[in-house]
Design a binder for this molecule. Structure first.
Ligand SMILES: *[C@@H]1O[C@H](CO)[C@@H](O)[C@H](O)[C@H]1NC(C)=O
Ligand SMILES: *[C@@H]1O[C@H](CO)[C@@H](O)[C@H](O)[C@H]1NC(C)=O
Length: 634
């Protein structure tokens, strides 16, 4: 028993240690860029890339930064040649867009597939040659724009290009690709496709029928309706079923390939689990490409702990059970020893100190992008969640205190108000009340069968309305912030025993180091950030939309995984379904049998779609979204 109680202290010390070790071992982005430059043949275009300056601050030629991290490399038309050091590129975890277009690189395609988070890759107008392995692009699930045109690539078009789930632009024209065109898995999303001037042959797949002859010109062996050229009779190509979720197998009718895909899936699944296990076992830090991937652990794995009712020897634990606030003492406690104590910012659940936490029975809840979370049940019976926040060093101690007190003073039925914090230079602890049902993420995806079926349509609607209320409150309260919430996602929506949702981890943007904010806050996964490095109040609207779609479909959104692998791209799925009038097929079967309410569910789904429009102009604004949600009735 004593051993269990000492776990929190132990964990605190252990994680601090591991964190320090990992932070000092990663190379800087400046070093990575210089390493990259070294792999190129010498070029005057990169003369300002020197050790004595800073890539972002001094705006190195071709380097695109946001909040002091490198997000893009625009190295087109610089007469560059030589090799491209992929390991150096991997040293820039924020990198999303790379252009080497109009240079003189040659040889086989570099191992860009190791950059799983890339959104856009432009290699147009170089001398790259050779075959590209069929599965080359499979690890690049986030890739939206792929331009390989006007090189000297040969062999088949890699099948994996056509399976990219987020693909918008694909340009392969002006190469020597041969053989048939693989079917395109996500035709709705692709707006720009060019395969002209190659050596392709066979029938143009049905899935590409929306593109004109211009996209296929100058391939003598191609045939089909698009080109007004009949094909020699063969067995017809299968087409994907409309309205299917994006992850369903597509028109690929080779069963060998399907088997392979299943095998890859199983292996990926196993790796995912091993990965989770490793995180749990070691708290190994900072694979930035998967920071969000760790999130599903939040509020998972909560083990019921024995709550000791014995009274503590310190006076601090004399406070009564939660809810019985009249007997509680108030007032914050100042440091009495060298370590400093907790600062109470909200006395509603009583007052406690660090020693009470240290004595509490503690359990790890999981690791999120911003830090790790523990559950602690103190001797007085109050259960709290302690979040260790790394990378929250933006404010001075006084300003941090002011900010936390501001948060601690918030009162709203759908807002989880922090109770206390602990300040140390390197790390902060934020303490809030533990909510018995855990997070919405956990309820929806954690343990299907036990929890899930409790979520009827009325409950889901109540949750969404509660979230809308909470976020509306935050948008009034923090109207001057770029991101009044900034990290709205189902793991940050906690549910009390009546399934009333409470938002947590809000308004942290001004507290967090900019680099970490980009990595860890969900608002930075929105299309406007990915494309234009911008966030706004509408980014919270997008996040709200994801939760609506997630709650209605019961699917785990791929948007929560920063590498885009796994889960369902709920945004694309719903937009496709709406264009095909098949919204009902998306509704979670657990609630879709409630046929009287289907109309309302579809209406809410439409709101979710309107909240996740990638064009912020077309996206609803927060007040419209809330008003529309309020109109939905059970
Ligand atoms: C590359 O060069 C071509 C022809 O000079 C030009 O049309 C194109 O815009 C250039 N592309 C980029 C990305 O610089
Ligand atoms: C495809 O590329 C060719 C050659 O570069 C160009 O002439 C044609 O207009 C392009 N077609 C489309 C649809 O972009």
């Amino acid at each position: 028993m004593a051993a269990v109680r000492r776990r929190l202290l132990l964990l605190l010390l252990l994680t601090t240690f591991l964190l320090t070790v990992t932070l000092t071992s990663s190379i800087s982005e400046v070093e990575a860029l210089l390493k990259l430059k070294k792999s190129f043949d010498p070029s005057p275009s990169l003369d300002d890339w020197v050790t004595t300056s800073d890539a972002c601050e001094n705006q190195w030629n071709g380097v695109v930064c946001f909040n002091d991290i490198v997000t893009g490399l625009r190295l087109q038309e610089m007469s560059l040649s030589g090799t491209i050091d992929i390991e150096a590129l991997r040293g820039m975890p924020g990198l999303r867009t790379i252009s080497f277009a109009n240079n003189s690189f040659s040889g086989p395609i570099p191992e860009f597939h190791k950059l799983g988070a890339l959104k856009a890759l432009y290699l147009s107008n170089n001398q790259f040659s050779g075959e590209i392995p069929g599965d080359f692009f499979s690890p690049m699930g986030s890739l939206k724009k792929l331009w390989l045109d006007h090189n000297k690539f040969t062999g088949n078009i890699p099948e994996s290009t056509m399976k990219l789930r987020n693909l918008i632009e694909l340009h392969l024209e002006g190469n020597q690709f041969s053989g048939p065109i693989p079917p395109l898995k996500q035709p709705t999303l692709v707006t720009s496709l060019n395969l002209s001037n190659n050596k392709l042959e066979g029938e143009i797949p049905e899935t590409l029928s929306k593109f004109g002859a211009n996209s296929f010109a100058a391939n003598d062996g191609l045939c089909g309706k698009t080109l007004n050229k009949d094909c020699p009779k063969t067995n017809p190509t299968a087409t994907p079923q409309a309205g299917e979720p994006p992850k369903a197998p597509s028109g690929d009718n080779s069963s060998a390939t399907n088997k392979k895909a299943v095998a890859v899936g199983v292996v990926a699944f196993l790796i995912f689990f091993i990965f989770i296990f490793v995180i749990f076992a070691k708290r190994k830090d900072h694979d930035d490409f998967s920071v969000l991937g760790k999130e599903p652990l939040n509020h998972d794995q909560v083990v019921q702990v024995h709550v000791s009712r014995e009274s503590s020897s310190t006076k601090r634990t004399s406070s009564s059970k939660k809810g019985d606030s009249t007997r509680l003492r108030s007032g914050s406690r100042r440091a009495k020893n060298g370590m400093g104590d907790l600062e109470m910012v909200n006395d509603e659940k009583g007052s406690f100190g660090l020693p009470d936490l240290m004595k509490a029975a503690a359990e790890v809840l999981g690791n999120g992008g911003l830090g790790s979370a523990y559950k602690a049940v103190m001797a007085n019976g109050l259960g709290v969640v302690v979040k260790r926040m790394r990378e929250m060093n933006r404010l001075t101690r006084d300003n941090f205190d002011a900010e936390m007190r501001r948060l601690g003073a918030l009162r709203h039925p759908n807002i989880l108000t922090p109770l206390a914090y602990h300040y140390r230079r390197e790390e902060k602890l934020v303490v809030s009340e533990y909510m018995s049902k855990g997070s919405l993420l956990y309820i929806l995806h954690g343990d299907r069968g036990i929890c899930h079926s409790q979520l009827s349509w009325p409950t889901r609607l109540k949750i969404i309305k509660g979230i809308a209320n909470g976020i509306g409150f935050l948008h009034k309260e923090f109207a001057s912030y770029d991101l009044p919430h900034g990290n709205l996602k189902s793991s940050n929506v906690l549910l009390d025993e009546n399934y009333e949702p409470l938002l947590s981890d809000y308004a942290f943007h001004p507290l967090i180091n900019p680099n970490s904010a980009v990595q860890a806050m969900f608002a930075f996964k929105t299309p406007e950030y990915v494309q234009f490095q911008q966030v706004s109040h509408k980014s919270d609207v997008y996040c709200l939309g994801i939760i609506i779609l997630e709650t209605l479909t019961g699917k785990f959104p791929s948007q929560y995984l920063s590498n885009g692998k796994g889960g369902t791209d709920v945004v694309q799925w719903v937009h496709t379904a709406i264009s095909e009038d098949k919204e009902i097929e998306l509704i979670d079967p657990e609630i879709s049998n409630d046929t009287n309410s289907l109309g309302m569910m579809v209406k809410l789904l439409q709101i979710g779609a309107d909240c996740t429009e990638s064009d912020t102009q077309q996206r609803l604004d927060m007040s419209e979204a809330i008003r529309k949600i309020e109109e939905i009735q059970v």
